[in-house]
Design a protein around this ligand. Structure first.
Ligand code: ATP
Ligand code: MG
Length: 427
């Protein structure tokens, strides 16, 4: 019995990342992330089939919006809007014609694949027959090596999918499968790139920013809010910790010789972030450091920072040139936010000639003049948090209340264009 083709999105992941016991966790998380990412876009549900996930869609689903949302979900190799049909030959033929309706294409090919080879015709024959069918209906020609359109027909035992436009996904692992990390986010170019790399490897990130309000303006806070809002797209709920650091810096200035201050600031930041990490279940810290980029990023100074804490400090950009980092920042949409002028806390009370090779002894002497435990406790306890959600709560609520799709999309766009600095209130 021929059922009408129903719209869906076929999602493929890299099998290679699915070794061993990770598979169920990976798939469950990817499915859940897809549901969250596509809230309000007309997705009826997510199903698991051999080798792929299927998002079943309402007929009026917003494909452009879906494409954008799914494009932010890590763990996807590629995806494609498709027609889902029963695996019956006349239905397959009709679906291919329906899919191509209204298109002009100079050349094409058919690529049929049979999972478990249940479909009664061999793939070659399917390709030939469907190719001939298309040639009868469209002014086009076959090009097997470089077709303008590659018409794919995936035949599974209980259903089939036909599609043409495969969209490359962002790759990586689904956010959540690798646990949690705490990223030091400065408002500069490097740290958002570093944090996103960990998201791409499946980590949920807690974002920690140190500011010197009221000694300096609050511009850096506005920047990190915009950055976290941007990066929240990949993990759906993201928390930003804002740590007042000015008072702590003042105490450092009173006790620590000028050349060592930057190293001591960094060690205090690392310790405070570690305290926050432990509260949240994060197992490692992340920074945007790149070896030799500035005085504070020599091997010696990096070692001094690492020694201050009892958990791994991940530095995904350590071997990356500034130019490469900038390219990546542009590609992920953080560069424009990062280059807004601001006053970073590290510009406060910083000497002209910081120590580039701080020894462990010199740092220990300097810190002996401070009450480090109290400073760390004060920093961690005085931090405030803000939570950012994607999709914006407003859009998800609108879809839950069953508003007309058109209203819903207008609503979402408004939310998308809302003031970037406005955090979504915590529930
Ligand atoms: P970025 O572009 O990330 O600011 P940078 O090249 O300016 O890096 P530094 O300013 O020396 O280098 O900072 C090195 C790292 O220390 C940053 O990548 C970030 O992880 C952390 N860091 C620096 N300042 C802050 C801050 N105010 N709040 C949180 N983390 C910070
Ligand atoms: Mg910086």
């Amino acid at each position: 019995m021929a059922r009408a083709p129903s719209p869906c999105i076929v999602v493929h992941y890299h099998e290679i990342s699915l070794k061993g016991g990770n598979r169920p966790l990976f798939l469950r998380r990817l499915g859940r992330n897809l549901v969250t990412a596509t809230a309000g876009c007309g997705v009826r549900g997510v199903r698991r089939l051999p080798g792929r996930l299927i998002l079943d869609l309402d007929p009026e689903a917003d494909l452009a919006e879906l494409r954008e949302r799914i494009g932010t979900v890590f763990g996807i190799a590629y995806f494609a809007p498709a027609l889902c049909i029963p695996p019956e030959w006349p239905v397959v033929q009709a679906a291919v014609l329906q899919l191509l309706e209204g298109r002009t294409f100079e050349s094409f090919r058919i690529t049929a694949r049979r999972t478990f080879k249940v479909f009664p015709m061999p793939s070659d024959e399917i390709n030939r027959e469907l190719g001939a069918l298309v040639l009868r209906h469209f002014p086009t020609r076959v090009n097997l090596s470089e077709p303008v359109l590659n018409v794919r027909v995936d035949l599974l035992p209980r259903e089939a999918f036909v599609f043409v436009d495969r969209v490359t996904g962002p790759g990586g692992l689904p956010v959540g499968v690798s646990g949690r990390v705490a990223a030091l986010l400065s408002g500069g170019i490097d740290s958002p790139v570093a944090a996103r790399r960990l998201q791409k490897r499946g980590c949920e990130v807690e974002f920690v920013h140190f500011h010197s309000v009221p000694y300096l303006a609050d511009t850096s806070q506005r920047k990190v809010r915009a950055l976290v809002e941007r990066l929240a797209r990949h993990q759906f709920t993201a928390r930003l910790w804002l740590v007042p650091f000015g008072e702590i810096q003042r105490e450092v200035v009173l006790g620590v010789p000028a050349p060592l201050r930057v190293v001591v600031y960094r060690r205090l930041m690392a310790r405070i972030t570690e305290a926050i990490a432990r509260k949240t279940g994060a197992l490692a810290l992340v920074t945007g450091e790149s070896l030799g980029q500035v005085a504070s990023q020599t091997l010696e100074n990096i070692a001094r920072m690492t020694e201050a804490v009892g958990m791994p400090v991940l530095r995904p950009l350590i071997g990356t040139d500034k130019e490469e980092i900038i390219r990546e920042a542009r590609a992920i949409g953080t560069f424009e936010i990062s280059i807004e002028p601001d006053q970073d806390c590290c510009t406060l009370f910083v000497p002209k000639h910081p120590e580039t090779r701080a020894s462990a002894e010199a740092v220990a002497d300097a810190e002996a003049r401070l009450d480090v435990a109290r400073l760390v406790q004060t920093g961690a306890e005085s931090a405030t948090t803000e939570t950012f959600r994607f999709p914006p709560a407003e859009a998800a609520a609108a879809s839950a209340s069953g508003r007309e799709p058109q209203d819903r999309h207008q609503q979402e766009r408004r939310a998308d264009h809302a003031d970037l600095t406005e955090p979504v209130p915590e529930e």
